[in-house]
Write a protein that binds this ligand. Structure first.
Ligand SMILES: Nc1nc2c(ncn2[C@@H]2O[C@H](COP(=O)(O)OP(=O)(O)O)[C@@H](O)[C@H]2O)c(=O)[nH]1
Ligand SMILES: Nc1ncnc2c1ncn2[C@@H]1O[C@H](COP(=O)(O)OP(=O)(O)O)[C@@H](O)[C@H]1O
Length: 205
C-alpha cells in the first residue's frame, strides 16, 4: 500500500515514560491521529473502553490475530497488546498522520511493514532514573523490577533501528522534541511531494 499520511511510532523501554509523553503530546493541539491499542489486560481505574484501550478477552484478541486484523502485536507481562490494522490503514489512506505508542517488539514488526514510517525511541536520562521511575510507578513487585531493568537494557540495544532518539528528561521538553520531529518530517514529505508534482508537470509540457 502506498500510504498518503505518515506513520509515527513512539517506542522505548518499559517505564521510560512513553505513555506520559504521548498523553501530554495529545493534550496539545495536534492533527495527529492516535491509534487506540487493543489489550487483554484488565481495565484500570480511571480508564475508559475505546479511549485508553479496546479491552478484549484472549479469545477475542486471538481471533483478531487469526483474521489478520492486527498490524502488530506483542505479549507483554502476560497480556496481549496490539494495533488494530483497519483504523491505521484508513487514516493513512485519507492522508492523515497516525501516531502509535507501543513497546519495542511491536515497533520492530511495524518497521517491517512500514519501512517509511518514522520511528522515535524514547530513552531515560540514565538507567538509575529508569529504575526510579519503575519503582515510583508502583506497578511492579520488587523481584520484577530487576527483571524489568534487564529487559530494558536489551530493549535499549534496539535503539539503532530507530530514526530518532529523544531523551525523556523532562516531559514538556520531550514533547517539544517529538513535536519538532513530527513537524519537520511533515515538511520534508510535503516538499518532496511538491517537487515530484512539479517534475511531472514539466515532463507533460
Ligand atoms: N506492541 C504493542 N505495545 C503496546 C500497545 N499499546 C501499548 N503498548 C505498550 O504496552 C506496555 C504496557 O502498557 P500498559 O499496560 O498500559 O502499562 P504502562 O506500562 O502503564 O504503560 C507499554 O510499554 C505500552 O507502550 C500496542 O498496541 N502494541
Ligand atoms: N520526564 C519524566 N520525569 C519524571 N518522571 C517521569 C517522566 N516521564 C514519565 N515519568 C514517570 O515514570 C513512570 C513511567 O512512565 P510511563 O509513561 O508509565 O512509562 P511507559 O509507558 O514507557 O512504560 C510514571 O510514574 C511517570 O509518571
Amino acid at each position: 500500500m502506498k500510504e498518503k499520511g505518515i506513520l509515527f511510532v513512539l517506542s522505548g523501554p518499559s517505564g521510560v515514560g512513553k505513555g506520559t509523553v504521548r498523553k501530554a503530546l495529545f493534550e496539545q493541539d495536534t492533527e495527529l491521529k492516535y491509534s487506540i491499542s487493543m489489550t487483554t489486560r484488565p481495565i484500570r481505574e480511571g480508564e475508559q473502553e475505546g479511549v485508553d484501550y479496546f479491552y478484549r478477552t484472549r479469545e477475542q484478541f486471538e481471533n483478531m490475530i487469526d483474521e489478520n486484523k492486527m498490524l502488530e502485536y506483542a505479549e507483554y507481562v502476560g497480556n496481549y497488546y496490539g494495533t488494530p490494522k483497519a483504523y491505521v490503514e484508513e487514516m493513512l489512506d485519507k492522508g492523515h498522520d497516525v501516531f502509535l505508542e507501543i513497546e519495542v517488539q511491536g515497533a520492530m514488526q511495524v518497521k517491517q511493514n512500514f519501512p517509511h514510517g518514522v520511528f522515535i525511541f524514547l530513552i531515560p536520562p540514565s538507567l538509575e532514573e529508569l529504575k526510579n521511575r519503575i519503582i515510583d510507578r508502583g506497578t511492579e513487585s520488587e523481584h520484577l523490577i530487576s527483571s524489568r531493568l534487564d529487559e530494558a537494557k536489551n530493549e535499549i540495544e534496539m535503539m539503532e533501528a530507530y530514526d530518532y532518539v529523544v531523551v525523556n528528561d523532562d516531559v514538556d521538553h520531550a514533547v517539544r522534541k517529538v513535536q519538532s520531529i513530527v513537524q519537520s518530517e511533515h515538511c520534508k514529505r510535503e516538499r518532496i511531494a511538491k517537487q515530484y508534482k512539479q517534475l511531472l508537470e514539466v515532463d507533460e509540457r
